[in-house]
Design a protein around this ligand. Structure first.
Ligand SMILES: [Zn+2]
Ligand SMILES: [Zn+2]
Length: 422
């Protein structure tokens, strides 16, 4: 950390106090917001009630927000506030992201209801601070973006393509985890759906007339298992046979597999995709089946780190009582925030919610609705809003965050590695 991180003027301190006070004063309302979402879990792209709850929160409870429901996607929204005293283009547009989709069968087991609460709390906290002291070193406009379908498809990537991030300068969100961490590396992900088309026949009377699609699936599965030994340690491929025939006495005419591929960097993902495709095609060739290879979701990029913003978040978090482990746990998850991080400087810290349970388990779903998660959730919101204040009050820090972004992107750039071409 450079000397800039130790600079905190009087105004910065006042702003941070106001943020903490405003968020604390709205604690009940904010808890109700995330509990409403938690108690009605909705799958990706079907988050109608969560969307309505959040739109209501910004339209009714907090005066001054311009709210666009169904913003570019049926369950996305946008709430905007400010700037004061300058035209929109002249202000720094700080965006907080809300996620709110749940998982099949286990509800809010990734705690996205708390991500929505963090985004809403950070935005109202920052607004209170900016309203109290209208003159900033950098004038600020605040945007809240409701970004659906993180667990499947990748709603943020649709929003990127629709231009939702084109006027955003900084982007913040925080995700529930098992620990507080300003940054954890995430990995890319590509989803593959592979279908083999063969020919049915009586499996005993005329097997030679059939073309066995299940054999193609089994060979493909074995090819991929053999490939796994030759992959770099951080690369992952994992999958299932989703459809393997209907009856033992019918040669299966159709089979289907689903596979996920993950690598730390996009450039590696293209290489892994090519290898996996070769495995699937080889099985088709061996059995005489036709093969269809489909990528049903967007490719998620890894998150570009922004250490200026992450260090500020850590300082603010520590001041609020967060404990950051010296050795953060390794994490091989993926998020569509990765694609956003290639477009706009931002951070996606992780926060503890009072349980050691793992994301995507029933225990975690329970914890995401528990009272004890509230302290941690509101603390993450305060730390995010305070990080925005640090940047807003010190143009040098803003410059440094932008420079971090530029350099991280340059390092990641590879002739294959533009996530917007996926
Ligand atoms: Zn998840
Ligand atoms: Zn998640």
């Amino acid at each position: 950390m450079g000397p800039l991180f130790f600079f905190m003027g009087k105004k910065t301190k006042q702003h941070k106090l106001i943020i903490a006070e405003r968020i604390d004063s709205m604690a009940q309302q904010l808890h109700r917001l995330s509990l409403d979402i938690w108690s009605r879990p909705e799958l990706s792209a079907q988050e109608v009630s969560a969307h309505d709850t959040l739109v209501r929160f910004f339209s009714e409870q907090n005066q001054g927000w311009t709210v666009q429901s169904q913003y570019k996607l049926p369950t996305a929204f946008r709430a905007s506030w400010g700037p004061l005293g300058v035209s929109r283009g002249a202000a720094l547009n700080v965006a907080f992201l809300c996620e709110y989709d749940a998982l099949p069968g286990i509800g809010h087991a990734c705690g996205h209801n708390l991500i929505a609460e963090v985004g809403a709390a950070a935005a109202v906290g920052l607004k209170a601070a900016v309203e109290t002291h209208a003159e900033q070193a950098v004038p600020v406009e605040i945007t809240v973006l409701g970004t659906p379908a993180e667990e499947a498809v990748g709603g943020k990537i649709d929003l990127i393509r629709a231009g939702a991030f084109s006027d955003v300068d900084l982007v913040f969100m925080a995700h529930p985890a098992q620990q507080d961490a300003p940054f954890l590396p995430t990995v890319t992900i590509a989803e593959m759906s592979v279908k083999y088309h063969g020919k049915a026949s009586h499996a005993s009377a005329y097997p030679w007339e059939g073309v066995n699609a299940l054999d193609a699936a089994v060979l493909a599965y074995s090819n991929l298992s053999a490939l796994r030994q030759q992959l770099k340690p951080e690369w992952r491929l994992h999958g299932i046979i989703k459809h393997g025939g209907v009856k033992p006495n019918i040669i299966p005419a159709y089979s289907e597999l689903e596979f996920y591929l993950r690598t730390p960097q996009l450039s590696d993902l293209w290489e892994l995709k090519a290898k996996a495709e070769a495995c699937f095609r080889a099985a088709a060739l061996a059995t005489g089946c036709q093969v269809e290879i489909i990528y049903p979701a967007h490719t998620y990029s890894n998150i570009l780190p922004n250490f200026t913003l992450a260090n500020l978040y850590e300082s603010n978090g520590k001041a609020l009582g967060m404990k950051f482990p010296e050795q953060p746990a390794s994490f091989s998850g993926s998020t569509d925030f990765g694609n956003v991080s290639f477009l706009v400087p931002g951070i996606h810290p992780f926060f503890y919610i009072g349980t050691d349970a793992l994301n995507h388990t029933e225990e975690y779903a329970k914890a995401a609705g528990a009272e004890v998660a509230q302290l941690h959730t509101l603390r993450a919101a305060k730390a995010l809003a305070m990080t925005a204040v640090d940047v807003m009050c010190c143009p040098d820090l803003l410059q440094q965050a932008r420079e971090d972004f530029r350099l991280a992107k340059l390092r990641a750039e590879d002739r294959h590695a533009n996530p917007e071409q996926t």
